[in-house]
Design a protein around this ligand. Structure first.
Ligand code: PMV
Length: 288
Protein backbone atom coordinates (compact mmCIF):
# COMPACT_ATOMS: atom_id res chain seq x y z
CA UNK A 1 0.00 0.00 0.00
CA UNK A 2 1.49 3.43 -0.93
CA UNK A 3 2.10 6.00 1.82
CA UNK A 4 -0.36 8.88 2.33
CA UNK A 5 1.04 12.40 2.79
CA UNK A 6 -0.20 15.69 4.27
CA UNK A 7 1.47 19.06 4.69
CA UNK A 8 1.16 22.18 6.84
CA UNK A 9 2.84 25.57 6.34
CA UNK A 10 4.68 27.77 8.82
CA UNK A 11 3.38 31.22 9.76
CA UNK A 12 4.41 34.68 10.88
CA UNK A 13 2.43 37.19 12.88
CA UNK A 14 2.11 40.45 11.00
CA UNK A 15 0.68 42.54 13.84
CA UNK A 16 -0.81 42.15 17.30
CA UNK A 17 1.15 39.35 18.97
CA UNK A 18 0.82 39.25 22.77
CA UNK A 19 -2.12 41.70 22.64
CA UNK A 20 -4.02 38.83 20.99
CA UNK A 21 -3.70 36.79 24.20
CA UNK A 22 -5.59 39.64 25.92
CA UNK A 23 -8.51 39.66 23.46
CA UNK A 24 -7.15 42.21 20.96
CA UNK A 25 -7.00 41.47 17.20
CA UNK A 26 -3.92 40.20 15.40
CA UNK A 27 -3.07 39.41 11.79
CA UNK A 28 -1.13 36.30 10.79
CA UNK A 29 -0.01 35.00 7.41
CA UNK A 30 0.89 31.45 6.40
CA UNK A 31 4.45 30.91 5.17
CA UNK A 32 4.28 28.22 2.51
CA UNK A 33 8.03 28.34 1.82
CA UNK A 34 8.60 26.17 4.91
CA UNK A 35 6.42 23.24 5.89
CA UNK A 36 5.85 20.04 7.84
CA UNK A 37 5.33 16.82 5.92
CA UNK A 38 3.57 13.90 7.64
CA UNK A 39 3.42 10.49 5.97
CA UNK A 40 1.57 7.34 7.03
CA UNK A 41 2.36 3.88 5.77
CA UNK A 42 0.20 0.87 6.71
CA UNK A 43 2.09 -2.04 8.27
CA UNK A 44 -0.17 -5.05 7.55
CA UNK A 45 2.35 -7.50 9.03
CA UNK A 46 2.55 -5.72 12.45
CA UNK A 47 0.07 -6.54 15.19
CA UNK A 48 -3.09 -4.38 15.17
CA UNK A 49 -2.79 -1.04 16.92
CA UNK A 50 1.01 -0.80 16.71
CA UNK A 51 1.78 2.81 15.84
CA UNK A 52 5.43 3.61 15.06
CA UNK A 53 6.39 7.26 15.14
CA UNK A 54 9.52 8.50 13.39
CA UNK A 55 10.71 12.11 13.43
CA UNK A 56 14.29 11.95 12.15
CA UNK A 57 14.84 15.74 12.55
CA UNK A 58 14.58 15.39 16.34
CA UNK A 59 15.89 11.79 16.49
CA UNK A 60 12.50 10.45 17.61
CA UNK A 61 11.86 6.76 16.94
CA UNK A 62 9.18 5.42 19.24
CA UNK A 63 5.84 3.67 19.63
CA UNK A 64 2.69 5.66 20.44
CA UNK A 65 1.77 3.51 23.45
CA UNK A 66 5.11 4.38 25.08
CA UNK A 67 4.39 8.14 24.98
CA UNK A 68 2.86 10.00 27.95
CA UNK A 69 -0.89 10.72 27.65
CA UNK A 70 -0.31 14.50 27.72
CA UNK A 71 2.31 14.43 24.93
CA UNK A 72 1.10 16.34 21.82
CA UNK A 73 1.45 13.17 19.73
CA UNK A 74 -0.85 11.22 22.09
CA UNK A 75 -3.33 14.11 22.15
CA UNK A 76 -3.47 14.30 18.35
CA UNK A 77 -4.13 10.57 17.92
CA UNK A 78 -6.72 10.55 20.72
CA UNK A 79 -8.55 13.61 19.37
CA UNK A 80 -8.60 12.40 15.75
CA UNK A 81 -9.90 8.98 16.82
CA UNK A 82 -12.53 10.62 19.03
CA UNK A 83 -13.64 12.95 16.24
CA UNK A 84 -13.98 10.02 13.81
CA UNK A 85 -15.40 7.56 16.38
CA UNK A 86 -12.60 5.07 15.68
CA UNK A 87 -11.48 3.13 18.73
CA UNK A 88 -8.84 0.79 17.28
CA UNK A 89 -6.12 1.76 14.83
CA UNK A 90 -4.58 -0.47 12.20
CA UNK A 91 -0.80 -0.98 12.45
CA UNK A 92 0.96 2.00 10.87
CA UNK A 93 4.14 4.06 10.73
CA UNK A 94 3.92 7.85 10.92
CA UNK A 95 6.96 9.78 9.66
CA UNK A 96 7.20 13.51 10.34
CA UNK A 97 9.77 15.80 8.72
CA UNK A 98 9.90 19.58 8.79
CA UNK A 99 11.74 22.54 7.29
CA UNK A 100 10.21 24.95 9.86
CA UNK A 101 12.80 26.10 12.41
CA UNK A 102 11.77 25.05 15.94
CA UNK A 103 11.07 27.69 18.62
CA UNK A 104 11.61 30.50 16.11
CA UNK A 105 8.10 32.01 16.12
CA UNK A 106 7.24 30.26 12.84
CA UNK A 107 4.53 27.97 14.20
CA UNK A 108 6.37 24.65 14.02
CA UNK A 109 4.37 23.10 16.91
CA UNK A 110 0.97 23.92 15.39
CA UNK A 111 2.15 22.86 11.92
CA UNK A 112 3.17 19.45 13.24
CA UNK A 113 -0.28 18.98 14.81
CA UNK A 114 -2.08 20.11 11.66
CA UNK A 115 -0.07 17.90 9.29
CA UNK A 116 -0.50 14.82 11.52
CA UNK A 117 -4.25 15.35 12.09
CA UNK A 118 -4.66 15.75 8.35
CA UNK A 119 -2.71 12.67 7.33
CA UNK A 120 -4.19 10.48 10.07
CA UNK A 121 -7.80 11.38 9.29
CA UNK A 122 -7.15 10.86 5.54
CA UNK A 123 -5.49 7.52 6.26
CA UNK A 124 -8.53 6.48 8.31
CA UNK A 125 -10.76 7.30 5.33
CA UNK A 126 -12.44 10.51 6.62
CA UNK A 127 -10.34 13.67 6.08
CA UNK A 128 -11.32 16.16 8.80
CA UNK A 129 -12.43 19.70 7.91
CA UNK A 130 -10.18 22.69 8.74
CA UNK A 131 -12.31 23.60 11.75
CA UNK A 132 -11.68 20.23 13.45
CA UNK A 133 -8.00 20.19 12.45
CA UNK A 134 -7.61 23.67 13.98
CA UNK A 135 -9.36 22.64 17.21
CA UNK A 136 -7.09 19.61 17.62
CA UNK A 137 -3.99 21.75 16.99
CA UNK A 138 -5.26 24.21 19.62
CA UNK A 139 -5.55 21.37 22.19
CA UNK A 140 -1.95 20.34 21.55
CA UNK A 141 -0.70 23.95 21.58
CA UNK A 142 -1.50 24.05 25.31
CA UNK A 143 1.41 21.64 25.74
CA UNK A 144 3.89 24.12 24.22
CA UNK A 145 2.28 27.43 25.17
CA UNK A 146 0.20 27.06 28.32
CA UNK A 147 -2.32 29.74 27.33
CA UNK A 148 -2.32 30.00 23.51
CA UNK A 149 -4.58 32.57 21.88
CA UNK A 150 -5.41 30.17 19.04
CA UNK A 151 -3.90 32.27 16.25
CA UNK A 152 -1.17 29.78 15.28
CA UNK A 153 -3.47 26.77 14.83
CA UNK A 154 -6.00 28.94 12.94
CA UNK A 155 -3.67 30.47 10.35
CA UNK A 156 -1.86 27.18 9.80
CA UNK A 157 -5.00 25.02 9.49
CA UNK A 158 -6.71 27.36 7.04
CA UNK A 159 -3.46 28.28 5.22
CA UNK A 160 -4.70 31.81 4.59
CA UNK A 161 -4.10 35.27 6.03
CA UNK A 162 -6.36 35.77 9.06
CA UNK A 163 -7.61 38.67 11.14
CA UNK A 164 -7.97 36.90 14.45
CA UNK A 165 -9.71 37.79 17.70
CA UNK A 166 -9.78 35.15 20.40
CA UNK A 167 -13.23 33.52 20.68
CA UNK A 168 -14.64 35.38 17.64
CA UNK A 169 -15.47 33.92 14.20
CA UNK A 170 -12.37 33.74 11.99
CA UNK A 171 -12.04 36.41 9.33
CA UNK A 172 -9.92 35.68 6.26
CA UNK A 173 -8.14 38.67 4.75
CA UNK A 174 -7.88 39.28 1.04
CA UNK A 175 -4.85 41.22 -0.18
CA UNK A 176 -5.59 42.70 -3.59
CA UNK A 177 -1.93 43.64 -3.95
CA UNK A 178 0.52 40.89 -2.93
CA UNK A 179 3.23 42.05 -0.54
CA UNK A 180 6.66 40.63 0.13
CA UNK A 181 8.08 39.89 3.55
CA UNK A 182 11.66 39.09 4.38
CA UNK A 183 11.89 36.83 7.42
CA UNK A 184 15.12 36.83 9.39
CA UNK A 185 15.60 34.14 12.02
CA UNK A 186 17.70 35.54 14.86
CA UNK A 187 18.97 32.02 15.51
CA UNK A 188 18.07 32.40 19.19
CA UNK A 189 15.39 29.96 20.28
CA UNK A 190 12.48 31.38 22.23
CA UNK A 191 9.92 29.45 24.25
CA UNK A 192 6.57 31.14 23.65
CA UNK A 193 5.03 29.73 26.83
CA UNK A 194 7.75 31.31 28.98
CA UNK A 195 7.66 34.70 27.24
CA UNK A 196 3.84 34.83 27.51
CA UNK A 197 3.98 33.77 31.17
CA UNK A 198 6.65 36.36 32.08
CA UNK A 199 4.67 39.11 30.36
CA UNK A 200 1.54 38.05 32.25
CA UNK A 201 3.41 38.56 35.51
CA UNK A 202 4.30 42.12 34.46
CA UNK A 203 0.71 42.79 33.29
CA UNK A 204 -0.66 41.70 36.68
CA UNK A 205 1.65 44.14 38.48
CA UNK A 206 0.64 47.15 36.36
CA UNK A 207 -2.52 46.31 34.38
CA UNK A 208 -3.36 49.90 33.36
CA UNK A 209 0.01 50.44 31.67
CA UNK A 210 -0.23 47.21 29.69
CA UNK A 211 -3.90 47.51 28.75
CA UNK A 212 -3.03 50.91 27.22
CA UNK A 213 -0.31 49.24 25.13
CA UNK A 214 -2.71 46.49 24.06
CA UNK A 215 -5.26 49.16 23.07
CA UNK A 216 -2.65 50.77 20.82
CA UNK A 217 -1.83 47.36 19.37
CA UNK A 218 -5.52 46.92 18.53
CA UNK A 219 -5.52 50.22 16.62
CA UNK A 220 -2.42 49.06 14.70
CA UNK A 221 -3.97 45.70 13.75
CA UNK A 222 -7.23 47.31 12.60
CA UNK A 223 -5.31 49.95 10.60
CA UNK A 224 -3.04 47.24 9.13
CA UNK A 225 -6.13 45.37 7.97
CA UNK A 226 -7.31 48.48 6.13
CA UNK A 227 -3.86 49.05 4.64
CA UNK A 228 -3.73 45.44 3.39
CA UNK A 229 -7.22 45.63 1.90
CA UNK A 230 -6.37 48.94 0.19
CA UNK A 231 -2.98 47.66 -1.02
CA UNK A 232 -1.27 50.54 0.80
CA UNK A 233 2.11 49.00 1.55
CA UNK A 234 3.78 52.23 2.65
CA UNK A 235 1.19 52.61 5.42
CA UNK A 236 1.43 48.92 6.28
CA UNK A 237 5.21 49.27 6.68
CA UNK A 238 4.83 52.21 9.06
CA UNK A 239 2.32 50.21 11.12
CA UNK A 240 4.70 47.25 11.39
CA UNK A 241 7.42 49.55 12.72
CA UNK A 242 4.94 51.14 15.16
CA UNK A 243 4.05 47.63 16.35
CA UNK A 244 7.73 46.87 16.97
CA UNK A 245 7.92 49.95 19.18
CA UNK A 246 4.99 48.59 21.25
CA UNK A 247 6.68 45.19 21.52
CA UNK A 248 9.77 46.98 22.85
CA UNK A 249 7.52 48.59 25.47
CA UNK A 250 6.31 45.10 26.40
CA UNK A 251 10.00 44.17 26.92
CA UNK A 252 9.82 41.21 24.54
CA UNK A 253 12.37 42.61 22.09
CA UNK A 254 16.13 42.21 22.54
CA UNK A 255 19.18 44.17 21.41
CA UNK A 256 19.72 41.53 18.72
CA UNK A 257 16.14 41.75 17.39
CA UNK A 258 16.34 45.57 17.47
CA UNK A 259 19.57 45.39 15.47
CA UNK A 260 17.93 43.13 12.85
CA UNK A 261 14.99 45.55 12.59
CA UNK A 262 17.35 48.54 12.28
CA UNK A 263 19.43 46.74 9.64
CA UNK A 264 16.28 45.98 7.60
CA UNK A 265 15.15 49.61 7.80
CA UNK A 266 18.58 50.93 6.80
CA UNK A 267 18.49 48.58 3.82
CA UNK A 268 15.26 50.21 2.64
CA UNK A 269 12.45 48.13 4.17
CA UNK A 270 9.03 49.82 4.34
CA UNK A 271 8.71 48.63 7.93
CA UNK A 272 10.07 45.92 10.21
CA UNK A 273 9.26 44.28 13.53
CA UNK A 274 9.88 41.23 15.62
CA UNK A 275 7.25 38.58 14.93
CA UNK A 276 5.86 36.03 17.37
CA UNK A 277 6.62 35.83 21.06
CA UNK A 278 9.96 37.68 20.84
CA UNK A 279 12.98 37.32 23.20
CA UNK A 280 14.50 35.49 20.19
CA UNK A 281 12.78 34.01 17.18
CA UNK A 282 12.39 36.03 14.01
CA UNK A 283 11.86 39.51 12.60
CA UNK A 284 9.84 40.35 9.50
CA UNK A 285 10.53 43.21 7.11
CA UNK A 286 8.08 44.48 4.50
CA UNK A 287 9.93 45.20 1.26
CA UNK A 288 8.88 46.47 -2.13
O1 PMV B 1 4.24 31.00 18.54
P1 PMV B 1 4.75 32.39 18.46
O2 PMV B 1 6.09 32.60 19.03
O3 PMV B 1 4.58 32.98 17.09
O4 PMV B 1 3.83 33.31 19.41
C1 PMV B 1 2.49 33.35 19.26
C2 PMV B 1 2.01 34.72 19.50
C3 PMV B 1 1.67 35.11 20.93
O5 PMV B 1 0.72 36.16 20.80
C4 PMV B 1 2.91 35.66 21.61
C5 PMV B 1 1.10 33.99 21.77
C6 PMV B 1 -0.29 33.53 21.36
O6 PMV B 1 -0.71 32.47 21.83
O7 PMV B 1 -0.98 34.22 20.59
Amino acid sequence: MPAIYAYAPGKVILTGEHAVVYGRPAIAVPVHEVRVRAAIQANPTDSKGTVHILAPDISLDTVLNDMPADHPMSIIFREVQKELGIEHLPALTLTVTSTIPIAAGLGSGAAISVAISRVLSSFLGAPLPEESISRIAFETDHFYHGTPSGIDNTVISYGRMVFFIRGKPIEMLANPLAFTLVIADSGKKSLTGKVVHDLRTRVEIDPARYQAIFDRSEIISRSAREAIEQGDHTRLGTLLSDNHFLLQQLAVSTAHLDLLVKTAMEAGALGAKLSGAGCGGNIIALVD
